[in-house]
Write a protein that binds this ligand. Structure first.
Ligand code: HEC
Ligand code: HEC
Ligand code: HEC
Length: 435
């Protein structure tokens, strides 16, 4: 008799689990199983790299594609990225191809609600039907399900309605997938397809309008890739072929090296969001795809911005102070103590010079980059320089980590201003000498 109760519980538990299985199974049956093919899944895996889905859909330290990464949205609040693993309860395990397509190209979720454009569906709108099928095959049949509920968004009440997004989509979002231009080469078309669509470079590098829409989605529209808004404190530069404001003076080799490694000494290094794009996406692309993007980027119309000189050509090595046998002295051989240097120079010598050199030209092998002729130091606005100093730089490519520590705890506002002033005066925008 004393076993009856536990047995009853056991029976209930087994019954419940069984019912759940049957239910799950039924739900999973609906999905498009005919797309469960190894070649298609492999193709989709690579497309997911091109689209950098991992960067947003993975929380710091969390499972890949299980979502939950917080994304602060200007004036709106914080939203969390969705779990896009094929878990039946918390992910997209019951989605059909049409539903997946609607989310990617039109920003509409399974239940018909509009997605916030933090999900770059306005760029993904260019993805072809064929590639959508491959992505679907990968996410439904090639990714392991992870059971993890997406946290509730923290959006200001008054702004939480999603219907205005319908109007926004109607007004701004392209509604036709990419169409190749028969006048152009296959490489150009491939590059255009990737830059405008999956690789969504414009989401950061194109200017935004009043409704925060991308002002230009391809090279036929004014301002395309002519420099973006400030997002999370970083600003994506003008990457059109304009020689002063863009990257017109970079060679093809330099651009290729930057996109695949994030580092070209005496030119530019990638920090912040660009470091992530390189780590998760660009460094893992096939050479032919990177080459195609470079081909395309060279042909888009140049956009003139506020820069009066190429940002990577500014500054001169510091000559005011050198270290001799452990003592700071002036170049003209006057012995000098640290206190006599300007506050900015002193901060530079104390915090930065060990790696970037007393004169700012970095280490001989270029591992520690030169701050002279450095696009982040020479840029017209100091947003990225500020972020690089406060947050540091971290990037892992091909198993090799590049790391600069952040200095947010060491510097107060006033010190930061003084340091920025020195850097820009000596190595950057305001230096008198340009070469
Ligand atoms: C720049 C960040 C970002 C990138 C890159 C990104 N997503 Fe998203 N995605 C989001 C956000 C944020 C949401 C949630 C939007 C919301 O809640 O309104 C989302 C939602 C989704 C949804 C809807 C899920 C649901 O349950 O409603 C799907 C499907 C999706 N993304 C797939 C993808 C795929 C596939 C890729 C790569 C090709 C990708 N995303 C790349 C940010 C991103
Ligand atoms: C998530 C936002 C984001 C996306 C997406 C993005 N970028 Fe960037 N990009 C940036 C930021 C921010 C910088 C500045 C980085 C720095 O100063 O360290 C940058 C810098 C660059 C630079 C260096 C320019 C210079 O003068 O230093 C190039 C070239 C570039 N990006 C190309 C691309 C291409 C091509 C794509 C698409 C494949 C792309 N980016 C996608 C944010 C982005
Ligand atoms: C421990 C060594 C070290 C110290 C100290 C250091 N840096 Fe760096 N810095 C690096 C490395 C490594 C990189 C990244 C190189 C790369 O991206 O390939 C870097 C990159 C940079 C960049 C380019 C960032 C970008 O996003 O474009 C700037 C600017 C910079 N450092 C300025 C400074 C300043 C200013 C200081 C002092 C406050 C400083 N660094 C201190 C090692 C250091």
């Amino acid at each position: 008799m004393k076993w009856t109760l536990p047995a009853l519980f056991l029976l209930l538990f087994v019954g419940y689990t069984w019912a759940q299985e049957v239910w799950d199974h039924a739900a999973a049956e609906e999905v498009n199983r005919e797309l469960n093919k190894p070649e298609l899944i492999e193709k989709g895996r690579y497309l997911a790299v091109l689209g950098d889905c991992k960067a947003c859909h993975t929380a710091p330290g969390g499972s890949v594609f299980a979502g939950g990464r917080p994304m602060p949205i200007h004036k709106l609040g914080t939203i969390y990225t969705s779990n896009i693993t094929p878990d039946i309860h918390t992910g997209i395990g019951t989605w059909q191809l049409e539903e997946f397509e609607r989310a990617l190209r039109h920003g509409i979720g399974k239940d018909g609600r509009n997605l916030y454009p933090a999900m770059p569906y306005d760029a993904y709108a260019k993805i072809t039907d064929e590639d959508i099928r491959a992505l679907y095959a990968y996410f439904l049949f090639g990714v392991a399900p992870v059971h993890q509920a997406t946290p509730e968004n923290k959006i200001r009440r008054a702004l939480s309605a999603r219907w205005p997004l319908k109007v926004w989509n109607y007004l701004f979002v392209p509604d036709e997938p990419f169409e190749a231009d028969p006048e152009q080469s296959a490489a150009w078309n491939r590059g255009a397809y990737l830059v405008q669509g999956l690789a969504h470079c414009g989401e950061c590098h194109s200017p935004r309008g009043l409704a925060f829409q991308d002002k230009a989605y391809d090279q036929t529209e004014k301002g395309f890739l002519g420099g973006g808004p400030i997002l999370d404190g970083w600003q994506a530069y003008n990457i059109t072929p304009d020689p002063d404001s863009g990257i017109g003076l970079w060679s093809e080799e330099q651009l290729t090296q930057y996109l695949t490694t994030g580092h070209v000494n005496r030119l530019a290094q990638a920090g912040g969001p660009m470091a992530e794009v390189i780590e998760n996406s660009l460094s893992q692309m096939k050479d032919s795809d990177v080459a195609a993007m470079v081909t395309y980027l060279r042909t888009i119309p140049p956009v003139k911005g506020p820069d009066r000189a190429p940002r990577q050509k500014r500054g001169t090595p510091a000559t005011d102070v050198v270290i001799k046998r452990g003592n700071l002295i002036r170049r003209d051989a006057e012995p000098m103590n640290l206190n006599a240097a300007s506050d900015g120079a002193r901060l530079y010598l104390g915090m930065c010079a060990t790696c970037h050199g007393v004169d700012g030209t970095g280490s001989k092998d270029g591992y520690y980059p030169s701050l002279v002729h450095n696009s982040t130091v020479g840029a017209e606005s100091d947003h990225n320089l500020r972020q690089a100093i406060l947050q540091g730089v971290r990037r892992t490519v091909d198993g090799e980590e590049k790391m600069m520590p952040g200095f947010s705890r060491e510097l107060d506002q006033e010190q930061l201003q003084k340091l920025l002033g020195y850097l820009r005066r000596q190595f950057g925008t305001n230096s008198k000498n340009q070469s």
